[in-house]
Structures are given as C-alpha cells and as structure tokens.
Design a protein around this ligand. Structure first.
Ligand code: ZN
Ligand code: ZN
Ligand code: ZN
Ligand code: ZN
Ligand code: ZN
Length: 329
C-alpha cells in the first residue's frame, strides 16, 4: 500500500519548518497551518489554522470558537487529529498538544519546557530558538536580540574594520545566563540579555560599554578560531598556556568599560587579563580593537604606565598575526 503523502513542512523559501511554527526562522514569513489533509475538517475563522470542532478556543490565536452542538461541553484529552502531550497547565481537565500557546478548552496560556528542543531562548518571547535562527519561529521577531543592541554592534563592526580584522563568521546573541563564548560553539558570542532587556532595567548599560563587552567576547571567539596559533612558542611566551585549567569566567560588563590601560598589574593590560591566559588574550584583543590598532599611541601609554616588555610583545604579536591573515589588505 503506498504511503499517504506527508504534508509539506517547508517554507516557500525552502527552509525546513516544524509543524506549527508561526514564522519561518530563515525568511520571517508568517505560516498558516491549515487542515490540508482534511483530518479534523475545521479551521479557525480568525487565523485559519487547523483546529478541532470540539474546541472552545483556538489554541493558536486564542479566538473564541465555541459553537453549540459542536464544541465539547467538557474538556477532552485528545480529539480526533490532535495528540495528547500534556494536561492543561491550569488544570481545566483538558489535554493540549505541543506547541499550543493556549489551551483549546479554557483558553489559558500554556508553558512548554523547550530546554532540550532548542539551543537558546528568544529575548522577546522567551520561547525556544536555535543559535542560527534569524527570526523567532514563535513571535516572528529577531531571534538573536541583535536589534536591541544595534548601535553597539554597528560600532564594533566599524572598529573591526578599522583594525582590518576580517569577519570570521561570528554571531552575537542576547541570551539569558552569562556572557561568554563556549569553545564547543566558537562562533557564538552570548551576551547576558538582562543588561539590555531586564524588566527593572537596573542592569541596563549604555551601548558604549556594551562595545567593550562585545569586543572582549569577540576576542575569545577569535582565539578559538586561531587555536593553532596558540601552539607557537612565541604565543606561549607572550600569553602562556591557554589550555591550563579554566573555570569559565562570568564576563561582566563592569570590567570592560575602561579604554585606558590600568597601571597595575605590570605584565597585563588590565586586572581582568591577569585571571587566565584566555582572558589575557581577550583583553589584549579588546584594547587593540577599541584603540583602533593605533599601536604608537598605545605603546606610549604603556610606557608611561611602566608596563612590562611582555605587554608590548602581546600587542605586537596580535598585530602581526592579524596582518598575516588573508583578510588583511
Ligand atoms: Zn522562509
Ligand atoms: Zn485561531
Ligand atoms: Zn485548560
Ligand atoms: Zn520570540
Ligand atoms: Zn572573558
């Protein structure tokens, strides 16, 4: 017997979708999930998505779709065409199917634990999103949160350009948790979203300071992308062993606002840089980029502050490495 044809779950742009995503994560087009296979024989009159005629509310747009004689007077677990994935969060007695945002029986909002289904959380709607999604499949807004820090990102891009550092494919995301770069995902730079979107905005920081934080984190990402370089004797002499035991730091923006070189410690550009060779590199990178690779000025300042020879060597090493990369012109 031939298989029943499966309904198409690709966006017209060609990107793969999961059933009931409201938006294509690639092109941002809104999606309408109709009853194409004529299983329930009912679609919501408001949003057009497939529903059951037993439902009282549309689980997708929350429209009231109660119809006497059709809608069930008692909440059901799984009417024809729908799966029972969980009980309603509000315990009305009805069943709900992932990823319904509302209960089809009582209309109340539903929470889904998406930790194991997605890599991160949308900074706008708090539902699951993956690192490489541009549009949130649930709320249709920017899934990266980059739009919330646009001026800072623009400035960082400009500084990288002035520093003649070619884009290595990094991606900056606003996410809950801590700021940092996980070596297993070396292109993904995560920034603690509370700095920008916190409800109390107590932690809100000006974009000029975000520039320092982003540049520091990009330093980590850059280093992971140039890991072979860390094996050279000259790199080891300057920065030390980047592999040494490393308790991941919580890179908090307060450390990265200064563009002036600190007087102490002697052999590091900032106090934070002395914490670990990887932090030392990220800080050297931050100063190099935010000071627009103006080594003469920077070296004059290092001299005034009586920095050790090794600090000059770190900047020279980075400068020469960037010059040696293909992106340099
Ligand atoms: Zn699309
Ligand atoms: Zn609807
Ligand atoms: Zn309910
Ligand atoms: Zn969202
Ligand atoms: Zn760091």
């Amino acid at each position: 017997m031939p298989d029943r044809p499966r309904p198409e779950t690709r966006c017209v742009c060609g990107h793969a979708l999961q059933r009931f995503w409201g938006f294509c994560p690639s092109c941002g087009r809104p999606q309408v999930w109709r009853d194409v296979q004529r299983i329930t024989g009912a679609e919501c009159g408001t949003c057009g998505w497939v529903v059951s005629d037993k439902y009282c509310y549309c689980p997708w747009c929350r429209a009231d779709i109660y119809e006497p004689g059709f809608s069930s007077e008692v909440p059901l677990k799984e009417p024809k065409g729908f799966r029972f994935d969980a009980r309603c969060d509000h315990r009305c007695g009805g069943g709900v199917q992932y990823p319904m945002p509302h209960c089809p029986w009582c209309g109340k909002p539903q929470d889904w634990n998406e930790d194991r289904l997605f890599e991160g959380t949308c900074p706008r709607c708090a539902r699951g999103v993956d690192d490489w999604m541009d549009t949130c499949p649930w709320c249709g807004k920017d899934a990266t949160g980059r739009d919330l820090i646009a001026p800072a990102l623009q400035e960082v891009r400009r500084l990288l350009q002035i520093s003649r550092i070619a884009n290595w494919g990094y991606r900056v995301l606003l996410r809950p948790g801590v700021s940092g770069v996980d070596p297993s995902y070396p292109k993904i730079v995560e920034l603690e979203e509370r700095y920008v979107t916190g409800p109390k905005r107590r932690d809100e920081i000006p974009w000029t300071m975000l520039v320092g934080l982003i540049t520091h984190e990009l330093g980590h990402s850059f280093l992971f992308h140039n890991w072979a370089w860390t094996r050279t004797p000259r790199f080891r002499r300057a920065f030390g062993e980047v592999d040494k035991a490393y308790r991941a730091m919580d890179d908090t923006w307060v450390y990265f606002q200064r563009r002036q070189v600190a007087i102490a410690p002697t052999n590091h550009v900032s106090a934070y840089a002395a914490k670990h060779p990887q932090e030392d590199f990220a800080e050297t990178f931050r100063f190099y980029v935010t000071r627009r690779r103006r080594l003469r000025e920077l070296f004059a300042e290092l001299g005034r502050k009586r920095k050790g020879v090794v600090v000059f060597e770190k900047f020279l090493l980075l400068h020469e490495h960037i010059r040696s990369l293909r992106g340099w012109s």
